[in-house]
Structure formats: structure tokens, C-alpha cells
Design a protein around this ligand. Structure first.
Ligand SMILES: NC(=O)c1ccc[n+]([C@@H]2O[C@H](COP(=O)([O-])OP(=O)(O)OC[C@H]3O[C@@H](n4cnc5c(N)ncnc54)[C@H](O)[C@@H]3O)[C@@H](O)[C@H]2O)c1
Length: 336
């Protein structure tokens, strides 16, 4: 992809996601140039040892406000997204923000409106769309390879319950975790969701309940033509990070299986043995993180459309909210 000039990026928040995006921006996206990095807690010397001699500051404003910065990549905890996104937009910068944009639907809409009015791009990291296998599934369904789509089944299970401190501020399982699957169901089926019916429980760890969350969930979405999505979520699968998908249509079926550490299948007298699934999102979805950032940089550099629309962001938030409401009320919730 050719640009008129490199897209100068300020990256804010250097935790798990920030490091992934920074490494991609530095080493694998030729159209991007990292202008500044900020993390309120990171120690500058440690940053320099790990990443080299880039401008680093503990004050996000000093990075965002730099005149050469075209776009800000926000990878801080969810509770800080809104203020940083707002600041970046007010400074006239395009924004990539990790999911979810905010826990409040009203704030989400307000930020999107603000970006639109300023003529700036605002993309949220629904990275799974850009996983090569899921992208291929989307291309196959979109070209009618398996006919009219009836059911999508998505399995998303973490290998281990995250720290309780994270759970407390995450926004809850539907908003923090299932939101990826909700987006994936809409993306692959490419239909409007009209109803959400969700159930959830604490099955594994009472501390999750004390933190006000659940660790197991089942979500049924009904699409406008009466067809379904079934999403099953767990915070802990003892065999690793379980990420599978199946789409069923009147012309066939597509399955996406787990990515394993290797593809050997060993047969012996005790059974047939395979490697475990890749154990974390950082391994499983690394290609998708690169692709989403490439597409964001392309969209800014060439002033083209974003691959995640404002409607995608709003609908995923509305549906995640509805799932929580449905679980609480024990009945389906209509989406208008
Ligand atoms: N797309 C995905 O697959 C995916 C996966 C994990 C996390 N996330 C999202 O990414 C975001 C970050 O999650 P993480 O796991 O990388 O978090 P993390 O806790 O590993 O890192 C967050 C970093 O931000 C810094 N920070 C906190 N407040 C800040 C502020 N106001 N300004 C600058 N720096 C600040 C912290 O010091 C820390 O280094 C969350 O919104 C989360 O929901 C997305």
C-alpha cells in the first residue's frame, strides 16, 4: 500500500495490547511511523531498553498533542478510553481504540458522533474479523458458498480466569468478552439482530460472583429473518484457549477449528493424540492484530473507509447490554 506520507502515530498504554500494537507499528507496518509512546506507569529506562530511542512520556497529553501526530492508538484499560478518545479527537487526531470503546452506550454514541463531526476516523479493535480463518469464512458466506445461512455457532473460552481486579473493572463478561463473538456473529451472518436471549452463571470461582460477574454464558441471537447465532463462553477451559466457529447453511457448512501448537496427530494403543490449542489471545490472534492495524493505518493514510463501522460498534454494544438485561430478567430482549 502506498501513502502520500507516513502516518505518524502516538500510542497510549503499554500493557499487553499496547506492546503487540507497538511492535507491529514499529516493525511490520511500513506506512506507519511511531512519533510518541505514553504510559502513565511505565518506567522510561525500561521502555528504552525494550523498544529503543523513541519519544516516551508518562503524560499521555504530551504524546497526543504533538503536532506531527496524525493518529492515536489507545490501549489503556477500558475505564480510561472515553477521556483519551475525546482528548485525541479534540486535538484533531484520528483514533484507534481497543475494545470496548466505553461501557456506556450513550458515551459510545457521543464519541462516535464527535469523531464524525470532526471528520476524523474512529475505529475499535474488533480484531477477530481479521483472523485469516474467520476472514475466509466471511468471504465464503458472503459469496454464497454455503447458501442461505441458518445458524452460526461460536465457542469462545479462555484458558484461565483473569485476575479478579481485572474482572471488577472489565464491564462484565458480555461487554468485555462476548462482545467479540457478538461482533463476529453479525459480521459472518451479515444480518440484523432482532432479539437476544442470554443466560449466565458462576460455575468455577465464587470470587467472580463477589466481583459481580459470571464465568459461563450462553447467548442466543435471532436475526431479522428468524435465523440464529449461538455463542458459548467460559472464562476457563483446562485444555487452553478454545476458539471455534461453525456456520451452517442450506448449501453446506463451514467449520473453523482451533489453531494448535502443531499439527501432528499421534496414534497409539491409548488413543489418538493432538497438540493443545494455542493458549492465549496474544498467540491465537497475532495475525489479526497486525491486519487490523494495517487497515487502520491504510484508512488514515489514504483517507479511505474503516473496516469496522460506527454501526458495528454501536450494535455490538447494544447487543452486549441486551444480553446482560436478558440474563437478569430471564427473558428475551428485543433489539430495535
Ligand atoms: N482485542 C483484544 O483481543 C483485547 C485483548 C485484551 C485486552 N483488550 C483491551 O485492551 C485494553 C487494554 O488491555 P490490556 O490487557 O492491554 O491492559 P494492561 O493492563 O495490560 O495494560 C494497560 C496499560 O495502560 C497503562 N495505563 C493505564 N491508564 C493509563 C492512562 N490513562 N494513560 C496512559 N496509560 C495508562 C497501564 O500502566 C498499563 O501499562 C482494554 O480495553 C481491553 O479490553 C483487547
Amino acid at each position: 500500500m502506498q501513502y502520500h506520507k507516513p502516518v505518524h502515530i502516538a500510542l497510549i498504554g503499554l500493557g499487553r495490547m499496547g506492546k503487540i500494537h507497538l511492535r507491529h507499528l514499529l516493525n511490520a507496518i511500513p506506512g506507519a511511523s511511531v512519533a510518541a509512546v505514553s504510559d502513565t506507569l511505565y518506567i522510561e529506562d525500561n521502555f528504552r531498553n525494550e523498544f529503543g530511542n523513541f519519544l516516551f512520556t508518562n503524560h499521555p497529553t504530551d504524546a497526543i498533542a504533538r503536532p506531527e501526530v496524525d493518529a492515536v492508538v489507545i490501549c489503556t484499560p477500558t475505564s480510561s478510553h472515553a477521556a483519551l478518545v475525546e482528548e485525541a479527537i479534540e486535538a484533531g487526531k484520528h483514533v484507534f481504540c481497543e475494545k470496548p470503546l466505553d461501557l456506556s452506550l450513550e458515551v459510545t454514541k457521543k464519541l462516535l458522533r464527535k469523531a464524525e463531526e470532526a471528520g476524523l476516523k474512529l475505529m475499535v479493535g474488533f480484531n477477530r474479523r481479521f483472523d485469516p480463518d474467520f476472514l475466509q469464512a466471511r468471504q465464503s458466506t458472503a459469496t454464497g458458498r454455503i447458501g442461505n445461512l441458518q445458524i452460526i455457532k461460536i465457542t469462545n473460552r479462555d484458558p484461565a480466569i483473569p485476575p479478579i481486579e481485572f474482572i471488577k473493572t472489565s464491564g462484565g463478561m458480555f461487554m468485555d468478552f462476548s462482545i467479540h463473538d457478538i461482533d463476529m456473529a453479525r459480521y459472518i451472518m451479515n444480518k440484523k439482530v432482532v432479539e437476544v436471549y442470554a443466560k449466565g452463571l458462576v460455575f468455577m470461582d465464587k470470587a467472580v460472583e463477589e466481583a459481580g460477574d459470571i464465568d459461563t454464558a450462553l447467548i442466543t441471537l435471532t436475526f431479522e429473518d428468524g435465523t440464529y447465532a449461538v455463542i458459548d463462553n467460559s472464562r476457563k477451559a483446562v485444555y487452553g484457549y478454545d476458539q471455534r466457529l461453525e456456520v451452517f447453511g442450506d448449501g453446506g457448512m463451514i467449520q473453523v477449528e482451533n489453531n494448535l501448537y502443531h499439527r501432528n496427530i499421534v496414534f497409539d494403543s491409548s488413543g489418538i493424540h493432538q497438540a493443545l490449542p494455542l493458549n492465549s489471545f496474544t498467540e491465537r490472534y497475532i495475525q489479526s492484530y497486525l491486519k487490523e492495524m494495517e487497515l487502520f493505518v491504510d484508512a488514515v493514510g489514504n483517507n479511505t473507509g474503516l473496516p469496522v463501522s460506527h454501526e458495528d460498534i454501536i450494535m455490538a454494544t447494544i447487543i452486549a447490554y441486551a444480553a446482560r438485561q436478558s440474563m437478569k430478567e430471564g427473558s428475551p430482549v428485543s433489539i430495535r
